[in-house]
Design a protein around this ligand. Structure first.
Ligand code: NAG
Ligand code: NAG
Ligand code: NAG
Ligand code: NAG
Ligand code: NAG
Ligand code: NAG
Length: 939
């Protein structure tokens, strides 16, 4: 307030006493200027109207002889407000620098009336409006003008072209639009023009070659179109050219070969095309060459090797082909090479490690090419390397031990290659590592515990390899870890509790491994998404809604002879007690689930007619008649793989299975019987859910895994056939048909008690094996259990759920109906966690079905009888023997039958944790079967 009054008085006095000789115009102008500003930090305190000599004021410089103000430097003082007219009084001002404040308003065109002004820097404020046309109209001695980093709009004024003294002009980072003034290249003194970061468009006008003094031109990040000016090479002093991120097209103009003084050329992010000419090697001053993200093609010129000052070479995201020239080894100043995302072929260049001169290299990005070969074993000589990316190539062999010599390297990305062998323990010596990405290779072995020495590690991705062993507790000492992906490997054992201490963790994926035991409690693990732990059926903890057995153990008693008491047992016999653990009732959480359709072995005979050696093989009908019933009748050859016998051979997909011959069709597949040429009978399951099948790679991976499961009580998967539109699974043929037929189809001879018991035991052994191998069946029912000629039960159709990607409940829930009665209650609820215990439920129902000869759900005239409920009710009233299949006519030992029924009921318990696991079931059955071996009690 006081100040304003002072200013007002001063102005009045100026008006009144304008001829007064002693009055200093500079003081008045500055005070007036200050009056228009806000100065929150009181930086301009020294500016006082009482002081007649402004030369000592903050930011003010005077000519010592005349004591007139020549320079004003008020940069970065947090001043806000407008640039007032007071400055016009500073008649001898040469330098006005107000950068990095918070000044607002428009640019006052009258500032150019200060005839002495040479430098004006208003950059880094909040000025708006357009650059006034009059500003440059009479720029008597203006050499440098910067309006960078404001909010200026409109077009560049045409008058700019007439400001012949201008040496530097900086309009960068505003919102200036329109074209360059056509006369812009008449500014003969111009050395530097920066219009980067605006919205300018149109073509770059001809005539730039007139500017002999031009050193720097920065047009980056605009919308310029057209070609690079053909005469640009005439600017022979040009040091830096930046046209990046525009819409320029066409080839590099030949005149550019004259830019021998140029140290930086950046043409990134345009649509430039054609080859990079050999003359590029003549630009021997080049330190930075960035041609990335264009459409350049052809080979990378050998002549680049002449650029001995080159520090950064970025050719990424083009269509370069051929090999990386060996000559690059001569560019011994190189700090960064980025040739990623091209079509480069050939071997991994030997020079990347063969040349000591490469010791200064900090960035090496060869990713996303078609490079082939091994990682050089002496890669460690790149002793300055900070960023190393060779992902998405065709690298094979192992990761060299010398990787540990990369002591400064922060990022190593070798993902998506074909590397095998183990992760070298030397990795622990790469102490600067922040990101280690090795996913999608064929790495095996364990995670080396030495990794604990990589204490800066933030990002660790080892997913989709064949790694095994347990997850080393040492990992929990890597306290910076934020992102860890160990999914889709073969890790076993339990998770170290200490992992919960990783306080920065944001992602921890261990899905699809063989981990068991309790999930860590606390920290990130309280909120870990279910998808990050899925596919580890033996993990427990609240997150997976599976209670941990160790927490609540409660034994239940199963007495094989219900009238017998413990006291009746002989003390001489070792008593075997079977303890079935019942975990406490827990909430049942969400899970996805599938049922695969009916296996129906048909009598359709198809055999493979193979011409002798490498010619394609066609599957044809028995009579030799070819069929062409495949869905889209395609003539592509698919891929047939048999796990035993001959290796891969091809089959014409056009000649496959005939729709008319389908006898059994389930939700997901149809099955045919086939005789192979070698006489082997096989059952072929044609999957009818093509659209849901995973990609070929994943399909093959999963099927090969399933093919490894071999057990006398499982139907062996013998091979598969793949085309994108048709997938077949080839199974061992089991001669006597399904358990369903034996139990429920009229005209079958009745299974004896001993046969039934063997079926029950066989199924249990098969399932126990599957669960041991960490595979859930998902789809147990009597049509999926087959009997061979000696009556041995073989469980079929296991694990097909793994062939499907993310499950679509809508599609799948309709398939579930087929398994009605075998479905564990937890399937009915959408928020469900499905575990092996769900298989146990289905098995329990099967047991009751085998013993009673009744279907799990039978429809009477006006009633539905659910088998489990019926048997359970009968047991409660002591009449369970009446449930046993009447066809047996009392030809069964009650001391076996009753405990087996009880076992079946326990397996079919409503609460998953009450069900025993299959291993326990096998033990119990074996005890029930041989009571003479001991006075076992099933407690
Ligand atoms: C400019 O002003 C804004 C508020 O108007 C404030 O947030 C910012 O910190 C100021 N900047 C400077 C450099 O003083
Ligand atoms: C233009 O101004 C901006 C902001 O002050 C600065 O970063 C840039 O280097 C200047 N351009 C030139 C060519 O000096
Ligand atoms: C690169 O060139 C090809 C054909 O030569 C064209 O299809 C493609 O759109 C171009 N890409 C760019 C980014 O200009
Ligand atoms: C090379 O250019 C690409 C695309 O312009 C960019 O993403 C990348 O960061 C650059 N590489 C280096 C090492 O600067
Ligand atoms: C390595 O390169 C690939 C492909 O070019 C890219 O997807 C990946 O993000 C890069 N890795 C790192 C750590 O930057
Ligand atoms: C890795 O693969 C190569 C072939 O690519 C093979 O010769 C070598 O034996 C494999 N090494 C290991 C450890 O599996």
């Amino acid at each position: 307030m006081v100040l304003k009054v002072l200013v007002f008085l001063a102005l009045v006095s100026v008006v009144v006493n304008s001829q007064q000789p002693n009055f200093n115009d500079d003081v008045l102008g500055l005070i007036f200027f200050k009056a228009g500003l806000k100065d929150p930090n009181a930086k301009l305190q020294s500016w006082s109207s009482d002081d007649n000599d402004p030369c000592n004021w903050m930011g003010v410089k005077c000519d010592p002889t005349t004591s007139r103000v020549t320079e004003l430097h008020l940069d970065g003082l947090s001043l806000s407000g407008h640039i007032g007219r007071g400055l016009l009084r500073l008649q001898f001002l040469q330098v006005l620098s107000l950068s990095k404040n918070n000044l607002t308003g428009t640019i006052n065109s009258e500032l150019s009336h200060i005839g002495s002004l040479r430098v004006i820097d208003l950059s880094g404020n909040s000025l708006s409006g357009s650059v006034p046309d009059e500003f440059f109209a009479q720029c008597a001695s203006l050499k440098s003008a910067s309006f960078a980093m404001n909010s200026l709009t409109g077009q560049l004024p045409g008058s700019l072209s007439s400001c012949s003294t201008l040496v530097e002009a900086n309009f960068s980072f505003n919102r200036i639009s329109g074209q360059l003034p056509s006369g812009i290249w008449s500014l003969r003194s111009l050395q530097s023009l920066d219009v980067s970061g605006n919205l300018m468009e149109g073509e770059i006008p001809e005539g730039i070659g007139n500017l002999y003094d031009l050193r720097l031109i920065d047009f980056r990040d605009n919308r310029f179109s057209g070609r690079i000016p053909g005469d640009i090479g005439s600017c022979s002093h040009l040091k830096s050219v930046d046209f990046s991120d525009n819409y320029l097209y066409g080839a590099l103009p030949d005149s550019m070969r004259s830019l021998g003084s140029c140290s930086s050329i950046s043409l990134r992010g345009n649509s430039l095309r054609g080859q990079v000419p050999d003359w590029i090697g003549e630009l021997t001053s080049l330190e930075n060459l960035d041609l990335s993200a264009n459409n350049f093609s052809g080979g990378i010129p050998f002549s680049l090797g002449k650029l001995q000052l080159l520090r950064e070479l970025n050719l990424s995201m083009n269509q370069f082909t051929g090999a990386l020239p060996e000559s690059l080894a001569n560019c011994y100043s190189l700090l960064a090479i980025d040739v990623s995302h091209n079509l480069l072929t050939g071997n991994v260049p030997s020079w990347i490690s063969g040349n000591k001169l490469m010791g200064s290299l900090q960035v090496l990005d060869l990713s996303s090419n078609d490079l082939y070969g091994e990682i050089p074993s002496n890669i460690g000589v790149l002793s300055s390397l900070v960023f190393f990316n060779m992902s998405r190539n065709h690298l094979f062999g192992s990761i060299p031990d010398s990787i540990g010599e990369l002591k400064t390297t922060q990022v190593i990305d070798l993902s998506c290659n074909m590397l095998n062998g183990s992760i070298p323990s030397e990795i622990g010596a790469a102490v600067s590592l922040k990101e280690l990405r090795l996913q999608r290779n064929f790495l095996s072995g364990k995670i080396p515990t030495q990794i604990v020495n990589c204490s800066s590690l933030i990002d660790l991705n080892l997913s989709q390899n064949n790694l095994s062993g347990s997850i080393p507790p040492a990992i929990s000492n890597l306290s910076n870890l934020e992102y860890v992906d160990l999914s889709m490997n073969g890790f076993t054992g339990s998770l170290p509790k200490e992992l919960a201490n990783l306080s920065q963790l944001m992602f921890f994926n261990i899905s699809h491994n063989h981990l068991r035991g309790e999930l860590p409690l606390g920290g990130f693990f309280n909120t870990i998404p279910t998808s990050s732990v899925a596919g580890n059926p033996w993990l427990c903890g609240s997150v997976v809604n599976r209670s941990c057995p160790a927490v609540h153990n409660k034994p239940i008693v199963l007495n094989p002879n219900s009238s017998d008491s413990i006291s009746g047992s002989s003390p001489n016999h070792q008593r075997k007690k079977i303890v079935l653990s019942i975990s406490a009732l827990i909430a049942i959480g969400a899970a996805a689930f599938i049922v695969i359709g009916v296996v129906a072995i048909t009598v359709l005979n198809i055999h493979v007619r193979s011409s002798m050696s490498r010619s394609p093989v066609a599957l044809t009908l028995f009579g030799g008649e070819e069929f062409s019933c495949s869905p889209n009748n395609d003539l592509d050859y698919g891929k047939l793989v048999m796990f035993s016998g001959d290796a891969d051979f091809a089959v014409g997909a056009h000649a496959l299975l005939n729709k008319d011959c389908e006898l059994g069709r389930g939700g997901f597949g149809v099955v045919y019987r086939t005789v192979l040429r070698d006489g082997r009978s096989v059952a072929i399951k044609k999957l009818t859910v093509s659209s849901l099948i995973k990609s070929q790679d994943e399909f093959e991976r999963e099927v090969k895994k399933l093919g490894k499961f071999r057990h006398p009580n499982l139907v062996a998967l013998a091979g598969y056939y793949w085309t994108p539109s048709l997938q077949l699974l080839i199974y061992e043929f089991v001669s006597s048909g399904s358990l369903f037929k034996h139990l429920h189809e009229p005209g079958r001879s009745c299974l004896s008690w001993r046969q039934r018991f063997n079926v029950i035991l066989g199924m249990a052994k098969g399932l126990a094996y599957l669960h041991r191998m960490n595979l859930m069946h998902y789809n147990l029912k009597s049509t999926n259990v087959l009997l061979d000629c000696s009556g041995e039960a073989k469980v079929g159709d296991f694990g097909l759920a793994r062939l499907l990607p993310m499950l679509d409940r809508g599609v799948l829930s309709s398939k579930i109906q087929s398994a009605l009665g075998y479905m564990a209650p937890e399937f009915a609820c959408k928020t469900v966690k499905i575990t092996e215990k769900s298989d146990v439920y289905g098995y329990g129902v099967l047991v009751l079905e085998v013993i009673t000869g009744k279907k799990p759900v039978e429809y009477m005239e006006d009633d539905v009888v659910v088998l489990c409920d019926m048997v359970r009710g009968a047991l409660e009233v002591g009449r369970v023997e009446e449930c046993i299949d009447g066809r047996l006519r009392s030809n069964f030992p009650a001391e076996e039958a009753i405990p087996v029924i009880k076992l079946g009921l326990i397996c079919a318990s409503q609460v998953p944790s009450n069900r025993p696991d299959m291993e326990e079931v096998v033990n119990i059955l074996e005890l029930i079967q041989c009571p003479s071996e001991g006075q076992e009690e099933l407690e």
